[in-house]
Design a protein around this ligand. Structure first.
Ligand code: WTA
Length: 709
């Protein structure tokens, strides 16, 4: 056990790099996996690791590819000739829809593929068997085909958690149409930017869905999306509108003649139609998933059919421990990568039953998840630290009242505080369930860091070692390795390619290379993968036992409730307000959501601060991005702290918002403004009851280095 951090000196001020901060952390104790879990696990023999050691790379990953059904086997496992655009399973042909649906008909036709739980408890659960899923996917594929869509075209979905979403994804995948699902909570404008970026001509949406007891009008966002896309020169020809209640329109927004069509009407003409799955190349794209980065333009992460499907099938089997007879419930939203990989493609490829819940976890009360778990016999449960913190706060004793039994639980998306972890383990899992803390990203397709649940002991707050076949290293700014057990943090990098890694950023190949690979590459011409470490953009520290603890982003990205928001996106939204001259977004530590956004703005000359301007900024952000980005506070300040070259020092205002030490400000062009801002912001915060809060080492690390890149 790594308890030997005492000799680490606190000399971060003398370090050249903000990333290389010494991180003191009380080492947590280990928890062994419960014996009952181990006895039934898919991976219970530690020898599995030997099959994935570096000398067996890349062939080791054929074990994952072999979990799928291929129409044509591959010739080359990994082609590195166009580094770092890695190609996996070259020559192979397959179809994701076939793997998630058709191939299960032989022995699982009458087994539930999906169980949909509507938010209103008065509405019954809907079980959709593999046979029914097959019928629905084929019929919707027939609709897409009729519209003239074909392999390689893009289609955008802006859909909530209803079964029509996985149906639509699998129908697109069947034809090789590249889908781009935008989180339903994002605004219409945000969907429009993504439609334009991907070049989609068809948008699929729904009239309405339930959220916290309200049937929201979602169709209105389609109109905003089409308009926003048109502004960027992308015309949407068709908007396909599912109806939450088929035959009955639940939105107030009118349908647009000639453009908007009800899907239930279209489906009527394709009853029982079968559309053969297209044999796609392993390297063909399956979908785009947009995520935020350090510029305003979102990044469409392009995932492949063969590599991605292999990786999510393999990790679902060994890390989620999915067996066909499990009832698996991931509470994430399918609009994020977690839902793509670990609600739809991974679990369905293994032929299990995947639960989809429409609403908010605490509706109508904080016992809802535990009631659902009991009613459906859920035995694998998957959620985020934000949901765990929230359920713990509002219903700490609820799980004990319900007779459900999890064998396995996941946490994903943000670092989890050890005390929150322990509540998850003891109260939600009742001490019977193993926990995996899975570290990964939209870009990585599947888990990178996690314990193997039956083999590795758990350690609260650490994701554990790297996953099978993933060789990580922590590098400082000069590319020196930061040794395990040194107590120092650095940039976590993956030294090797893996099948789930994204292929490129849609339409921005240079950005793909510069953001993820250029930092530590010494020879841009090299075709040897050893020369191309993948830069994840997270700070991390490795304990002497080899376990990794992820500290959070080292770039200008704010992780709100496990969802990435780029500061540039937030700032450009604020700058659409005519009164605003400058804007800066910073993270504030929050007990429930991990981080929330605070905005600092300065006004154009001659204007005075007012609540109206604040409201305009707030509205602009909600309209442009969505409610998830709504700032906690907007501070109208006389000036921003800046470097002599004019760059806004975000770490200084981030520290101010978090009542933390602002650090060295002698290099600023206007150091005097720092005290003024602190006075203004902290006085106002105290008046609102936002008391100073002690920050953990992880939190301090992020705040002090925010925007340092
Ligand atoms: C963070 C979500 C700590 C990290 C799958 C990463 C985590 C970003 C963890 C990716 C974890 C994800 N512990 N931090 N277990 N999982 N993160 O693209 O900063 O939405 O870079 O993918 O979330 O977020 P994304």
């Amino acid at each position: 056990m790594a308890d030997d951090l005492d000799d680490v000196t606190d000399d971060e001020t003398s370090e050249s790099s903000e990333a290389l901060i010494a991180v003191h952390w009380r080492e947590e104790g280990y928890y062994p996996p419960p014996a009952k879990f181990v006895a039934q696990a898919n991976a219970s023999d530690p020898a599995i690791r030997e099959q994935f050691t570096e000398d067996k790379f890349p062939d080791c990953f054929t074990a994952y590819a072999d979990l799928l059904t291929w129409f044509k086997p591959w010739d080359t496992v990994l082609d590195t000739s166009n580094a770092p655009f890695w190609k996996w399973f070259v020559g192979g042909e397959l179809n994701a829809s076939y793997n998630c649906v058709d191939r299960h008909l032989a022995d699982k036709a009458n087994k539930a593929a999906l169980i949909w739980v509507p938010e209103p408890e008065s509405e019954a659960h809907q079980a959709i068997t593999y046979r029914e899923l097959y019928v629905r996917v084929n019929e919707f594929a027939a609709v897409l085909k009729e519209l003239g869509l074909k392999a390689g075209d893009r289609i955008t979905f802006h859909m909530p958690m209803i079964p029509e979403l996985p149906v639509a994804m699998l129908a697109a995948a069947r034809l090789g149409i590249i889908h781009s699902q935008v989180f339903a909570g994002f605004s219409g404008t945000a969907a429009g930017h993504r439609i334009a970026d991907s070049g989609s001509t068809v948008l699929v949406t729904v009239d309405g869905y339930y959220r916290s007891g309200d049937l929201l009008d979602h169709k209105v966002k389609a109109d905003e999306a089409v308009e926003a896309a048109a502004k960027e020169g992308q015309q949407v020809d068709k908007v396909l509108v599912f109806r939450r209640y088929p035959g009955r329109y639940s939105a107030k927004t009118p349908m647009v003649e000639g453009r908007d069509v009800f899907v239930d009407d279209l489906l009527a003409a394709h009853k029982g139609e079968i559309v053969e799955p297209v044999a796609l190349k392993a390297t063909d794209p399956l979908f785009l998933m947009y995520t935020s980065g350090t510029t305003g333009r979102p990044k469409g992460c392009q995932h492949s059919v063969g590599g991605y499907m292999s990786y999510v099938a393999g990790t679902s089997k060994y890390y989620q421990d999915i067996h066909p007879d499990d009832t698996y419930w991931c509470m994430a939203d399918i609009g994020w990568i977690t839902g793509h990989s670990y609600i739809v493609y991974g679990p369905l490829s293994l032929g299990t039953t995947s639960v989809i819940y429409e609403g908010t976890p605490n509706y109508p009360d904080p016992a809802r998840p535990w009631r659902v778990a009991k009613q459906l016999g859920v035995n694998i449960f998957h959620t985020s630290p934000t949901s765990i913190r929230m359920l713990r706060k509002v219903g700490p004793d609820e799980p004990a009242k319900y007779d459900y039994h999890f064998k396995h639980m996941t946490t994903v998306g943000e670092p989890i505080e050890p005390e929150v972890w322990r509540w998850y383990y003891q109260t939600v899992g009742k001490g019977e369930a193993v926990i995996v803390d899975t570290w990964w990203q939209t870009e990585t397709g599947g888990f990178l860091g996690s314990t193997l649940p039956a083999i590795d002991p758990m350690k609260p707050g650490s994701c554990g070692p790297m996953a099978l076949g993933i060789y990580a290293t922590i590098l400082d700014e000069d590319a020196n390795e930061v040794p395990a057990g040194s107590g120092k943090a650095g940039n976590i990098c993956i030294r090797n390619p893996w099948p789930g890694v994204f292929q490129t950023i849609w339409g921005q190949p240079e950005r793909f290379v510069s953001t993820y690979y250029a930092k530590y590459n010494k020879d841009p011409k090299s075709t040897d993968w050893h020369d191309w470490p993948y830069f994840a953009g997270d700070g991390a520290v490795q304990a002497a036992d080899g376990y990794f603890r992820i500290l959070g982003r080292v770039d200008d990205v704010i992780n709100v409730a496990g969802h990435r928001l780029g500061t540039k996106e937030l700032e450009s939204a604020a700058l659409t307000v005519p009164e605003i001259a400058e804007a800066a977004a910073v993270p504030v530590v929050d007990d429930i959501r991990g981080r929330v956004v605070e905005m600092y703005v300065s006004l154009k000359p001659g204007l005075d601060p007012s609540p109206e301007i604040e409201a305009k900024v707030r509205d602009a952000i909600v309209t442009d991005i969505g409610k998830i980005a709504r700032p906690k506070n907007i501070w109208i300040v006389p000036d921003m702290p800046k470097t002599r070259s004019g760059k806004i020092m975000r770490r200084v205002i981030a520290a101010t918002s978090n009542f933390a030490d602002t650090g060295d400000i002698t290099t600023l062009a206007n150091p005097e403004v720092v005290e003024k801002i602190r006075e203004q912001v902290q006085t106002a915060k105290r008046a609102k009851g936002e008391a100073p809060r002690e920050l953990s080492e992880t939190e301090l690390h992020e705040i002090k280095s925010f925007g340092a890149e």
